[in-house]
Design a protein around this ligand. Sequence first.
Ligand SMILES: C[S@@+](CC[C@H](N)C(=O)[O-])C[C@H]1O[C@@H](n2cnc3c(N)ncnc32)[C@H](O)[C@@H]1O
Length: 176
Amino acid sequence: MQISEEQGNFLQIITATTGVRRALEIGTFTGYSSLCIARGLPSDGQLTCLDVSREWTDIARDFWRRAGVAGQIDLKIGPALESLKKLDDKDPIDLVFIDAAKEEYDAYFEAVLPRVRANGLILFDNMLWGGRLGRGPIEENSGRAIDALNKKLATDPRVESVLLTVADGIQMCRVK
Ligand SMILES: C[S@@+](CC[C@H](N)C(=O)[O-])C[C@H]1O[C@@H](n2cnc3c(N)ncnc32)[C@H](O)[C@@H]1O
């Protein structure tokens, strides 16, 4: 389920070059994407990770420790939409990476958008949906949700968006 290596490099580069200090990841799994984001942060930067699985994220914790970034990552276990309601709002977020339940992507977007600073970034994984979009009717709820979100983001006046064709597609939104 983890992102590809080139997506990992992209996340690390975009985090480092855009001066991200506060990042949020929704969907952590065994920790690869979070590790790439954490490696792009300055030494006082912070990453909050949301995931429902303690089993997968126990593996992530081990890799964060071995990579020396564990102190910069705050993991919250539970359904992401619940964790988002309880998130500390004191500092605006610079970058969000979304890679959890596809049917909930739009709800994650609406929950994080007011918390992201102007010119901050919201990134979504799997937005090409394996190349299956635009090829006739979409059966799966998750595919329909991604298709609808791509269409919404293309004209949403609150963000400027570009669908990057790296691996399974990263939709990158700049918050206005
Ligand atoms: C595709 S994997 C994430 C992969 C990760 N970004 C990486 O590159 O290694 C999706 C993750 O989202 C988590 N997840 C699924 N539904 C969720 C939900 N409603 N709330 C929080 N986490 C969820 C799963 O437990 C899983 O670890």
